[in-house]
Every structure is written in C-alpha cells, then in structure tokens.
Design a protein around this ligand. Structure first.
Ligand SMILES: NC(=O)c1ccc[n+]([C@@H]2O[C@H](COP(=O)([O-])OP(=O)(O)OC[C@H]3O[C@@H](n4cnc5c(N)ncnc54)[C@H](O)[C@@H]3O)[C@@H](O)[C@H]2O)c1
Ligand SMILES: [Zn+2]
Length: 365
C-alpha cells in the first residue's frame, strides 16, 4: 500500500493506493471520525458489492453505517439528487461529527462531496475511488459539484476529502472502454510532468490493458502523485499551475460539446485533444515531429481514438464551443502545449484559422 500526502487550506489528507485495500477501510477511517460516528455510504447499483465491503469494514470499527444509492450517469449530478441526499442526512440525524463515504467514480464523489460541503455548512467525506478516472483524477483536489440544465459542473465548491482510498483490485470489473478512456488522463500526466511514466506506458500498454495489478498500481500511484503535487501548490487554480492539468482539454471539451456528449466519452475526447495540441505545438515549432509520432502511437496502443471522423461534427461547432469555454478562463483561449515529454508550456494567440485547419485535419467537417 502506498500513501500520498495532499496539502489543502481546509486540512491535509492522504491518498492510499493498493490492491485489496477496501477491506482495510475501517482502520483507515478510524482516525478521521469519532468512535460511534454515523457514516452514510453513497454508491450506485452496479458497484453495490464494493459499497458493502467498505460498509462491513467500517461497521467492524464501531461506526453506525447506512446506505444511499444514486442513479447511474450524469443525471445523478443534479439539484434533485443533491436535495434527496441532504434530506436523507437530515432524516438520519447526521451531525457535524458524522460523515459520508462516496464509493464510486467521479459522479458519486462530485455529488457526495458537494452535499458534504453544504450540509450543516460542511461535514467530512471520504472518496473510495472505483473507476480509473476517479483514482487518477476526480477523487483528488477537492473540486465537487453538480450540473445545471445550462451546462456541466456549473454549481459546486472546493471541498477536499478527508481521505482517498484507491483499490486497484476493483478495476477488474471496470468495462474496457472506461479503462481505455481514463488512460488518456494518465498519458496526460506523463506528457505534462513525468517522462518515466510515459515510457512505462509505452513499454507496458499490454499489461495495463490486461489489468495487471502491479502495472495499474504503478500508474495510479504516479498519476495521483502528480495531481496531488499540483493541487497542493495551486489548490484554487489561482497561480496558474493547476492549468497544466488541462492539457488536451481545450480541444477535448470542444469536441465533447460539439458531439453533445454522445458517441464519445470524456477520456476519448481528451486523447484526441492531446493529439491535436501536439500537432499544433509541432506546427508552431515548440515540439518535435518525433514527439507527435510517439504520443500518437501510445494513444493508439492504449485503444484510444485519435480522430473525430465518425462523430460527424463540424469544425465551426467545435470552435464555437471552445470560445464559450474561453469565457470561463478570462476571455483568452489558452493552450497547454507540449515542448517535450514531461514538459509543457502555455500559449495564447492561436488564430481561429489555424485551429480550424487542425480540426479538419483530424476529421471534423
Ligand atoms: N472533481 C473533479 O476534479 C473531476 C475531474 C474529472 C472528472 N470529474 C467528473 O467525473 C465524472 C466522470 O467520472 P467517471 O468517469 O468515474 O464516471 P462515473 O462515475 O459515471 O462511473 C462510470 C460508470 O462505471 C460504474 N463503475 C464505477 N466503478 C466501477 C467498477 N469498479 N466496476 C464496474 N463499474 C464501475 C459506475 O457505477 C458508472 O455507471 C464526470 O461527471 C466528471 O465531470 C470530476
Ligand atoms: Zn479530464
């Protein structure tokens, strides 16, 4: 079991990574909540067995455990589900000393964390991350929230978890498509900060796709270390560093949005976004064609799409979505671009014409 520390203004916390550690949830939690505290285990139907393992382990330590089940998918990140969860906490008499344990992927932790941030002005919660995306990304850093009819993640709070538990054993049941898509975020960490991780992915793609536990533990630990470091230094995205986590995301968000979040999942869009960002970086002369080729080969080996042909989206629609995203980032379209494996830089002032050419080159109409 590996332990990674994360700093936060609201209190430091740990990420623990290992195989079979769900059964140890009880002892991991016992330092965080008082004996006899109430714990609500929030999860989804498809992963109820993991929720039960966690619940049994924490019940053995004397906590009073109850369950709450969320619907599947993005619709769980809604005002309706937020209020349903808050009413459950009230009905069960939860107090400030009590807490939530979110067992699931990013959807469960975003909603549970947001509920924890507002219930009685804030109670503690723990993320038990069960998807690769959650283990390498969404469970870390304290961003919580829900979607509004106008768009994704428009309401939320920074509310860091009290602990993150990432058991790579649970990834055994994760569908292959989910695994591959999340690997795009792992490639991202390699490119932005860690050439060794990038090489490990190149050499071990086969083992990773077969869900070899040691290989998964290595990539989860390395990715979590990088995200933990970045959010420890720039928790509220005010110093610029957290922005590097957006590598591939400017194009990627545009693609997801233009495809109306159908036919393509987030990680796949980010993989294509990184391929586009690398192409752009090579065109303006900040990275080598060799880098572009290596990254493209790795994305393909990990089973990720590297073009948008099948989505039937228009370059103008993607550009429009990118411009809308830009408004949230202070009016300038900023690109995180690779210089070499392990090092990125931020660039502005890329013309719409240049972006359109790249989008078309990658199969937009
Ligand atoms: N807070 C952040 O910093 C942050 C960062 C990135 C993404 N996100 C959010 O995360 C969400 C996506 O998260 P996700 O990709 O984990 O998807 P998800 O939470 O929707 O999980 C995908 C599906 O897999 C199931 N599942 C979970 N673990 C499983 C397992 N071990 N075996 C089998 N099935 C399992 C879930 O029940 C669900 O049906 C988005 O809403 C996104 O906005 C948040
Ligand atoms: Zn992402």
């Amino acid at each position: 079991m590996k332990t990674i520390p994360v700093k936060s203004i609201k209190g430091a916390y740990k990420i623990v990574v290992g195989k079979g550690i769900l059964a140890r949830s009880g002892s991991l939690l016992s330092g965080l909540f008082r004996p006899g505290a109430r714990i609500l285990v929030v999860s989804q139907t498809g992963i109820s067995r993991y929720a039960r393992t966690v619940a049994e382990a924490i019940t053995r330590k004397g906590f009073k455990v109850s369950f709450h089940t969320l619907p599947d998918g993005e619709r769980a990140k809604s005002g309706k589900e937020l209020f349903r969860l808050l009413h459950v906490l009230l009905a069960k008499g939860f107090e400030r000393k009590d807490g939530i344990v979110a067992v699931g992927g990013g959807v469960v932790s975003d909603l549970s964390g947001f509920a924890a941030s507002v219930y009685l002005r804030g109670i503690r919660y723990v993320n038990v991350a069960t998807t690769l995306l959650a283990q390498v990304d969404s469970s870390i850093g304290g961003k919580t929230g829900i979607n509004l009819p106008e768009g994704k993640n428009l309401m939320g709070a920074f509310h860091p978890p009290a602990l993150v538990i990432s058991d790579v054993g649970v990834l055994d049941s994760l569908p292959a498509k989910e695994l591959c898509a999340s690997l795009a975020e792992v490639v991202k960490y390699g490119v932005i900060r860690d050439a060794r991780l990038f090489r490990f992915l190149e050499r071990n793609a086969g083992r990773i796709l077969e869900k070899n536990a040691a290989a998964l533990e290595r990539i989860v630990t390395d990715s979590a270390c990088i995200k933990a470091g970045v959010v420890s230094r720039d928790e509220y995205e005010t110093k610029g560093e957290r922005m590097i986590l957006n590598y591939g995301h400017t194009f990627g968000h545009g693609i997801e949005n233009a495809a109306k979040y159908r036919k393509i999942v987030h990680g796949e869009a980010i993989g294509i976004g990184m391929a586009m960002a690398a192409h752009l970086a090579a065109e303006i002369g900040i990275c080598s064609p060799e880098f572009v080729r290596r990254q493209l080969a790795l994305l393909k080996r990990l089973g990720l799409p590297v073009a948008v042909d099948n989505l039937k989206i228009r370059s103008a629609t993607v550009l429009k979505a990118m411009m809308r995203d830009k408004k949230k980032a202070g009016g300038r379209l900023r690109f995180v671009l690779p210089e070499r494996i392990g090092k990125v830089t931020i660039k502005t002032g890329i013309s719409a014409g240049e972006l359109r050419n790249i989008l078309r080159l990658f199969g937009a109409r």
